[in-house]
Design a binder for this molecule. Structure first.
Ligand code: ADP
Length: 269
C-alpha cells in the first residue's frame, strides 16, 4: 500500500558565511526518512534547535530542502509549488496571537487560504467559511469578529479552522498545544481528535514536550541536533527506548511526573 506521505533522505543546511575562503554551512537537518498513513498521527520530538521546525517548514513549502524527496500518495512533490502543497499539508503554529493577522476579521482570515482555489465564487467561499467555523465549534457570527475580541482558546480554534480551509489531508501542529493553558489545551486536543475521526486527517505533531504527545500519537520520531536518533511506535518508545538520548528524555519525564505526584500527595495529605 502506498503511504499518504513518504519522505526520503530529506535534509537542510543553511549557509553560514565564509570562514577564510571557505563557505560554511550549518546542517539544520541531517537526512531523515519516514512515512505517514491516512488517519495516523506522527510526533516529531526534540529540544530547541533540533531541526523540528525546519522539517515542518520544508513539508509545507515554507523552506526549500537541500536534498531528498517528498512523495504524496506516491507522487513527487515539487520543490517550490506552493499551490499544490497548500491543498495537501497545512500548518498550525504555537501562538495564534502571532499567526493570525490582527487587522483581519475571522471571516477574512479564513477566506484568505481560499485564494489557492480560484474555482469558488463569493457565495461558495462564504459557505466554506461558515462550515469550517462550525467544525471547530464556533458560530457563523464569529466571522465578523477580530482576533482581539475572542479568547485564547477561540483564537486557536480559528487557527485550526484556517488550516482546514482547503480540506488538506495532513495538518502539522508546531507546538500548537504547548503554550496553551491546561484546560484550553485539552479542549483543542479533543477538537483535533474529533476532526481526525470526522475527516480522516493525518497529523504531524511537532513538540519538545513528550508528555503531550504520549497519549495520542501513533508513532514518534526523535530528533537531536538535526539528526534522527530514534523512530518507533509510541508504545515501543515509551516502553523500550533504544537510543541513549531517548532513554534520558523518558527518564526525565518520569522523574518530573513523580515529583508532581509527590507534591500533590503532600498538598492533599
Ligand atoms: P527546532 O524547531 O527544533 O527548535 P529549528 O528547525 O528551528 O529547530 O532549527 C534547527 C537549526 O537550524 C538551528 O541550529 C537553527 O539555528 C538553524 N536555523 C533554523 N532556521 C534558520 C535560518 N533561516 N537560517 C540559518 N539557520 C537556521
Amino acid at each position: 500500500k502506498t503511504p499518504l506521505l513518504q519522505v526520503n533522505n530529506l535534509s537542510k543546511r543553511f549557509y553560514a558565511g565564509y570562514k577564510g575562503f571557505k563557505r560554511e554551512y550549518n546542517q539544520a537537518l541531517s537526512p531523515v526518512s519516514f512515512e505517514l498513513n491516512t488517519g495516523e498521527t506522527l510526533a516529531i520530538v526534540g529540544e530547541a534547535g533540533s531541526g523540528k521546525s525546519t522539517l515542518a517548514r520544508i513539508l509545507v513549502g515554507a523552506e526549500v530542502r537541500s536534498s531528498g524527496e517528498i512523495y504524496f500518495e506516491g507522487e513527487a512533490l515539487e520543490k517550490r509549488n506552493l499551490k499544490q502543497r497548500c491543498k495537501l499539508i497545512r500548518m498550525i503554529f504555537q501562538d495564534p496571537n502571532t499567526s493570525l493577522n490582527p487587522k483581519l476579521t475571522i471571516g477574512d482570515l479564513l477566506d484568505e487560504p481560499l485564494k489557492f482555489n480560484t474555482k469558488l465564487d463569493a457565495r461558495q467561499r462564504r459557505a466554506q467559511v461558515v462550515d469550517k467555523l462550525r467544525k471547530v465549534g464556533l458560530l457563523p457570527e464569529h466571522a465578523d469578529f477580530y482576533p482581539h475580541m475572542i479568547s485564547e482558546g477561540m483564537k486557536q480554534r480559528v487557527a485550526v479552522a484556517r488550516a482546514l480551509m482547503l480540506d488538506p489531508k495532513i495538518i502539522i501542529a508546531d507546538e500548537a498545544l504547548t503554550a496553551l493553558d491546561l484546560s484550553v489545551r485539552s479542549q483543542i486536543l479533543n477538537l483535533l481528535l474529533k476532526l481526525q475521526k470526522e475527516m480522516g486527517l493525518s497529523y504531524i505533531f511537532v513538540s519538545h514536550n513528550l508528555s503531550i504527545i504520549r497519549h495520542f500519537s501513533d508513532k514518534v520520531m526523535v530528533l537531536h541536533h538535526g539528526e534522527m536518533v530514534e523512530k518507533a511506535t509510541t508504545e515501543e518508545l515509551f516502553n523500550a527506548p533504544k537510543h541513549e538520548y531517548t532513554q534520558r528524555l523518558i527518564q526525565e519525564l518520569t522523574l518530573f511526573s513523580q515529583k508532581r505526584h509527590n507534591r500533590t500527595l503532600k498538598k492533599h495529605g
